[in-house]
Write a protein of this length. Sequence first.
Length: 283
Amino acid sequence: MTDLVVDHAPALRAAFDRLATARIVFFAGLPGTGKSLLLHQLAHLAHARGRVVHLLQWDVVRPAFEARSAAARYPIVDGVTHAVIRRAVGLWVRGAIVRWTSQHAGPEHLLIGETPFVGNRFIELARREGDEAEGLLASPACRFVLPVPSRAVRAFLESERARRAAEPIHEREREDAPPAVLQALWRHLADVGRELGVGDGGAAYDPDVYRAVYARVMRHRPVDVLAIDTVLPTRALSVYDFAVPRRDVLPEAHEPDRFIAEVERRYPDPSALAREVERWWEV
């Protein structure tokens, strides 16, 4: 097996050894907190242990919805996905997990995903619903993992984003949120924290506030918090380059139009949807 960069952080590697035995693992949190790297590393570790790796990622699923004719009414504005599309993807994802579980029932199969939650991106996975997915998402075999970088690691991640934008190893790195966007998302989360009575809404990244807000959002789910206090040696690594096979979980051809229509049916008043999406953390 190719050496893993998580081997440079013994506590992190030990956590990965445990996660590699799970059925479903979701890495939660803001952009710029290491989710994609950890997904990449877990995929390689799990494959080396004989698991069949499946990936469920917001940035892979979302374009499948935006490419449909029904999505033309809801274009991206200033780089932000329309609320209708965000909600449609969220309605789709719970059923997709149920279908994946049924189609890949063997213990060798592992689903690894990214759940940003912020801005209503897969937030439906954090909400309790009376559907078949609820038992799967609340099961101990499904782990929601929150990587919490220290201040120093977060500063490094922001600087690395700027460097990769100028000198990408992989073409997809050009599409990653730049440091200014990372900082704006943090300020938004700090405001959420202040509303929840956590922190004072300060502009500087605070790992304690970050942990507390996401813990509140994921209170209905089995959560593992990973403190990331080591800068891992990733200079020559792109999280988009995989040396192992993996299968993407994607919507079937008819599903994007179906779920966009369902959002339109549920929200005849677009302002009601906008208010709900704006308060994404209320689960």
